[in-house]
Design a protein around this ligand. Sequence first.
Ligand code: ADP
Ligand code: ZN
Ligand code: ZN
Length: 677
Amino acid sequence: MQSNYADVILDITHANVDRPFTYAVPEEMRDTIRPGMPVKLPFGSGNRVRTGWVIALYEAAPEVPWELKEILGPAEKQVSAESSLIALALWMHEHYGCMLSQALKTVMPVKSRVKKRKTKTPSSLPGDSRGEAAEGTAERHHVILNEEQAEAVRQFREDRAAGRRSTFLLFGITGSGKTEVYAEMIREVLGKGQQAILLIPEISLTFQTVRRLEGIFGERVAIIHSRLTQGERYEQFRRAAEGEADIMIGPRSAVFAPFSRLGLIVVDEEHDGAYKSDTVPRYDTREVAEKRAELSGASVVLGSATPSVSTWDRASRGKVRILRLKNRAAPGSRPARVHVEDLRRELQEGNRSVFSRKLRTLMEDRLARGEQTILFMNRRGYSNFVSCRSCGNAIRCPHCDVTLTLHADGNLVCHYCGYRIRQPEHCPDCGSPFIAGFGTGTQKLEAMTRKMFPEARVLRMDADAASGKGSGKEILGTFARGEADILIGTQMVVKGHDFPKVTLVGIMAADTELYVSSYTSAERTFQLLTQAAGRAGRGERPGDVVIQTYRPEHYAVRAAAAQDFGLFVRNEMSFRAAAGYPPAVHLLTLQLSSQDEQLLIRAADILSRILMKEAAPARALVIGPVNEAVYKVHDYFRKLIYLKHSSYDILLTIKNRAEAQYEGKFPAGVSVLCDFN
Ligand code: ADP
Ligand code: ZN
Ligand code: ZN
C-alpha cells in the first residue's frame, strides 16, 4: 500500500478540533511515514504550523469536495509512538471519557523543546541511600531462587511457552523475595529478544527494588521518576525508543514506554493508590497495562503482599492467575509477633499516655538492647486543627472546604492547596483568646517520645520533614546506619524499606483510616497495617509489632494482626456485596467542578436528568448529585454523580449517550471528569 493520505490528531486540547483531520502525504515521506509519527502541518485559515500525530494511513483519496492540505514534514525531537500506543490512546479516549488529544498526549508525554543532558541515566534517585539502607541488597548479584520463587517463574515460563500471555498475581508476603522473581521473569523475556516495563508506585519509596534491578541489568535499564526534568524524561524515552534500553522502570507513565517488542509489564505493589492517575485522563495503570499487554502480546505480573480487592476478585473469577510466595526469602528471617492493644482499656485502666503499656515495655527493651523501633502514625501535622473554645469555630482555609492544620513552627497550613498563615492569637470570628489545637500528629508524637524516652535518639520522617532539600534521604540514611534509635513517621516509613536492625514497629492509631468515609477505607487500613507490620524483623532478629486501636474487633485490624489476607478479603467482599460497591457492582463516578457555584448546580441538574433518562431502561442506579466530601478546593466547587450497574458495558453506553446530549447544552466553565471503578 502507498501511504498517500494520513489521518492526523492535532496537539491542541480543544473539543472543536478533537477529531482526526485528513492530510495529503508529500512524496518524500510516503515510504517513511508511520502511525504514531509526530508531524508538522498547516492548520486553519491562517495555515499556522501545528504538530500532530499520524493515526491512520490510506492509499486512495478520501471523498471530500475540497483540496487536502499537505503535511510539511516530520516533527523533530518527539519520540514517535508505537502503533500499539495509538490503539491504546483510542481505547483510553473511549474508556476514560477524555479527549483524543489528551489521550494521545498521555501516551506520548515527552515533548521536547529542551536540551539533552549528557548523562545516560539519571545520576541519583530521590531518597537514595545506597550502601546505607540497602546493606548489600542492591549489590549482591547472584541469588539462588528458593523453591516457591522458582515455581512462580516456572509457571510464568510455561504460560508464555503455551502462547497464553496471562495476567498473573504474584501474591507474596512482605520479605518473600518478589523482586528476585521479577528479575528472573524479566531475564526470561529479554532472553527472547523482548522488552520489559517495571512499574512502581513512587521511586523514593522503592529505591531498593530499583537499585537491585540496576545492579542486575545495568546499562539496559531506563528509569523515570517525578524529579526528572522534561529533558531528562525525554532522554529516557528516547533510549527506550532507539533500543539503548530494554527495561523501563518508573511510576505510572512508564507504562507508555515506546517499546516495539514488549514482552512483560510488572506492576509492583499493585494495590497502591498511586496507580490511579489524578489528572485527566484518570486512568488506572493496571487496566492500561493489561490493555497494552493485550495489544502487544505481552504478559502482565501484578505483585503485592496485600492484593487489591478488585484484583483478588478477578483472580477468583479465573481472570488472573495466582502465584504464591508464603515464606520469607532471607535465611533465618521470620514474620513478626503481632500484639493488638485496645486503647479504650488502656484509658480505663488509668494509662493516659499515647503509648500502651505493651508498646512502652517493648520500646524500653529495644533501647536496652540497642535495637531500633519505628513508630507509625497515619497523619501529619502537630495537631489536626485549631478551634475556638468560645464560639466553637475551627480555623478554615479561605480557598478550600477544610480546616487548617497546625504545624509545630506555629503555622497553620492547608493540606489541599498549601495556603499558610501564622496561628492567630485571637479567634478570627469572635475575638476570643481561647483557641487551641486538637488531635495528635507526628510532630506531637515526636515531642511525647522525647519526653517518655529522654535518652533515645529520635528521628521524624513525614512529608514536611522530607520536603526540605535531600532531608528525606538523610533521615533514612541516618536511621539505616544505626545513628538513631527511634524513627517516627507516616506512610513514607512503612513502604518498601528494608531496615535489618528494626525489631519493633508501633502503630500508634490503627483505625484513623477507618473513619474516612470511603468504601475502600477498610481495604486501605488492612494494607497499611500489614505493610507496617512487615517492617519488623526483616533481619535475623525476631520482631514485634504493636497495633494500638480503638476498634480491635474490626475485621481489618484482626486480619492484619493475624497476617490473614483470606480473613480480610472474605469479610470485605461480603461488605461490598451487601452495600453495592465495587467489585460487586461497576461504579461510574462523574465529578463536576466549577468556580461558579450556581452554574455548577445548574449543570449537575441537567446532567443528572439526562442520566436518569438514559439509565432507566437498563435499570442502572443514579445517585446524586451530592457535594464532594471536601466541597471546595482551590476555589473550585465540586459535585459528584454516581452510576451503578452490574455491567461495565451498560455503564459505558449510558455515559457515551449522556455525553452526546449534554455537550451542547452545557454551560461553559463547568468541567466533567469520569472515573470507572
Ligand atoms: P518483597 O519485595 O517480597 O517484600 P524482597 O524482594 O525485598 O521481598 O526480598 C526480601 C529479602 O530477601 C531481600 O533482602 C532479598 O535480598 C532476600 N532474598 C530474596 N530472595 C532470596 C533468595 N532466594 N535467597 C536468599 N535471599 C533472598
Ligand atoms: Zn471564636
Ligand atoms: Zn486550601
